[in-house]
Design a protein around this ligand. Sequence first.
Ligand SMILES: [Zn+2]
Length: 230
Amino acid sequence: MLIRIKGAISNCYLLLGERPVLVDTGAPGDLKRILAGLKAHGLAPADLALILLTHGHSNHAGCAAELQRRSGVHVALHVGDAELARTGHNGVLAPQDILGRVLRPFVDEPFEPFEPGLLFRDGFSLEPYGVKGRVLATPGHTAGSASVVLASGEAIIGDVLRGSFVWPNKSRPHWFCRDPESNTRSIVRLAREGLLRCHPGVFGSFPGTELGQYLRTDTGEVMALSGEPV
Ligand SMILES: [Zn+2]
């Protein structure tokens, strides 16, 4: 089962498998919200099998240091974002539109640095942590962005795309992207997974078909269907 825990500006997710796994840790200041979200399911940080970050931005890694201390479990992060965790900074936040430029000063805050207890690359399995799923490298938004693909057909995709503030079940490009071409290849990769539902880092979830929709409307259907290597 997948539970959304809403932070101030982004989502965390609680995966209730044989053992619980927390995906993302909100922004600095979201600790109370996360603890309340765990408590609502009878859990404390020490009950977690793993804490996993979709990437190393402050609104996803904001409480990672504190939760790593409180839980005593590893915080897992793709090796490509290890430097962000170690420095407690977002690195380059490249706005993709006017709203991104407006938002940047408000979201580009530092967070408590930490050493990730577990650095992974691609295809990291969550089975040893009691969750049927794996973690795919989906770089672009950051160098070390990753997505959790569950056996249920759901995926937690971090900031590969965002949800819509206005429309339920719709996706939108995220306001920030380090490497748009790489991000598009990551969307192609996720589209090929045939996902039922995507759970983004910002706003609400949308059906997996939105990935193909995004590729058609913004970068052309050819890339999605041509078998281009990802
Ligand atoms: Zn981000």
